[in-house]
Design a protein around this ligand. Sequence first.
Ligand code: GLU
Length: 275
Amino acid sequence: MKLNRSLRLGAGLAALAIVATACGGNEERSVSSSAESGNLIVGIKYDQPGLGLRNPDGTFTGFDVEVAKYVAEQLGVSEDNIEFREAPSAQRETLIENGEVDYVVATYSITDARKERVSFAGPYFVAGQSLLVSSDNTDITGPDSLEGKRLCSVTGSTPAQNIADEFPNVQLQPFDTYSACVESLRNGAIDAVTTDDIILAGYAAQYPGELKVVGEPFTTENYGIGLALEDTEGRNQINDAIEEMVASGAWEQAFNDTVGDSGYPLPAEPTVDRY
Ligand code: GLU
């Protein structure tokens, strides 16, 4: 009787463990196995106009969203079968490592440090770090004019890291999202926001006459599509999809339909790096 009960308990615990594994985000994910099952989970930004934006009606728009959909379609998954998840800058590697997303298209720069935790297809776009200020600001003209100014950027982003490394005298206030930085800029709590020029152009277009992008871009940000470190097959498939998007003209069309509205000029076509 006693033995019987412990056997039953053991079996119960084993069943629980199976359920926990199935429900948790930790099972092995690969882009191709998810695509074969007919569904993909994609990490994007929710608050970056022109790039990745969740609209009040629950739809998603922006260049990154278009890239995410094009890649899914090439993998055989229609856009109705994509589940978008918010991927804030500081959480992107973790979301991928935990298998909570299949891939991330979220203004995500390819860097050697990040390549230790995730892999990247792309680049599918090349941007550069810049500055956003109030339209009436005249004394901030580039990164060398930031001393004594209050500068906002986002935790876990390459622009925040770059300021800490290259401009240590600048007062950097790290926020979780760029939209929070922009609100602080608008209410005067900070003097400038720094991140990639294409992101800042989207906010400047959202508040015309109130905000402006200043100076020349001072870094190179190669946007990649992040996926699991070991998923070489998925990386190759996504690289193929990016090349097809560029060659077919869909890349330029997507740019014109999204970021193009902000006045950001169409850049040179990207060349995928099959490292
Ligand atoms: N491209 C930069 C990065 O990956 C800045 C944009 C962002 O934080 O999403 O960190």
